[in-house]
Design a protein around this ligand. Sequence first.
Ligand code: AMP
Length: 128
Amino acid sequence: MSIFTKIINGEIPCYKIAEDTNFIAFLDINPNAKGHTLCVPKKEVNRLLEMDEDLYLRLMKFSRKVGLALEKTIPCNRVGMAVIGLEVPHVHVHLIPINEMRDMTFKHKVSLTEDEFIALAEAIKENL
Ligand code: AMP
């Protein structure tokens, strides 16, 4: 069982932003930039291109909605999107408010306090 399935099942906590029948969005715990969010299908699939087409398209629709809320909440040049999955083999779309290329490198990280994570998730939720 992936760590994201444990989050989906409520076994470990997350800073949740959105949830529907098929997907959940929560803040990345080790963010590249403030607002870095993961959009995850509840069905545990390893690779993006293994998803059936319908679920893939719905994941993009869900991610678009969350991305628009991020753009409203976090001052940034734009929201970058990436799918990697080398660390957690459960499909997730990274949505990252970016200003420069290093924000998409996964080498430059920012640290936030628990209170900052909570406030950020609340602010993004209000813009959904
Ligand atoms: P990757 O699989 O390479 O796309 O990266 C996995 C991402 O999941 C990384 O950005 C991690 O910081 C993030 N991550 C891992 N565990 C958690 C967790 N418990 N809550 C939120 N984000 C996580």
